[in-house]
Write a protein that binds this ligand. Sequence first.
Ligand SMILES: O=C1O[C@H](COP(=O)(O)O)[C@@H](O)[C@H](O)[C@H]1O
Length: 257
Amino acid sequence: MSVPTVIVHRDADMLAKAVAARVITRTVDAQSAKGSASLVLTGGTVGTATLAEIAASPARDAVDWRNLDLWWGDERFLPDGDPERNETGARRALLDHVDVDPARVHPMRGPDSGMTVEESAEAYAEELRRAARPEDHGPAPSFDVMMLGMGPDGHVASLFPGMPALYDERPVVAVHGSPKPPPIRVSLTLPVIRNSREVWVVVAGEDKAGAVRLALSESGPMQVPAAGARGRQRTLFLLDRAAASKIPSSLSRISSP
Ligand SMILES: O=C1O[C@H](COP(=O)(O)O)[C@@H](O)[C@H](O)[C@H]1O
């Protein structure tokens, strides 16, 4: 597992622009190396702002959108089109504006599918299993980039502090009683997150500065789930200055003064 690199941008707006540029570059690099790329999207404020910045960037046309697999790290268990769904935010911000292949966009199913949340988690696990190749060494693809937002409590995806899901070996779990509404969710688990080639934890805001410090410390994932979010080849903590305000300056690289 990789040791995190911390990169700090001036503010949330600059952070979203910089992460958007990174996503475009990383996707183009992966596509030129192997023909396609796989990205895991996150919901949340900066995650969705990043997708809007990708849509607004002239460089987005460098991406071969038809040869891109898009997955989600977590989803709120709500019907299709609900504004609280991470998928809805991603479609409005980006996916409705680029030529993605609908067969390669992989949303997690909600209650309108007729599934329970447990069945939705199992169906997603099955979809991941079908997409995994032998070289992924696991029940899910080894994604090129897994983007994760983080809450002030240190949660990533829908893995909240103290939840048994943090020890779950299955690739996808149903979450009941999320402390952040809505209470019912579907989430990838830490083994799948950690099998990604790159994990990018993208965080803005002073209210998250304490959790960022703990996520970069020796804390265990049970206390601070983001402390367990590490990629196989690379882990980036992409922060704005406010989110970085409680980490030692020796840890961070300032990218946009
Ligand atoms: O509920 C969620 O929260 C996190 C962080 O969201 P933010 O609005 O505080 O940035 C997000 O990463 C996750 O995907 C989402 O379901």
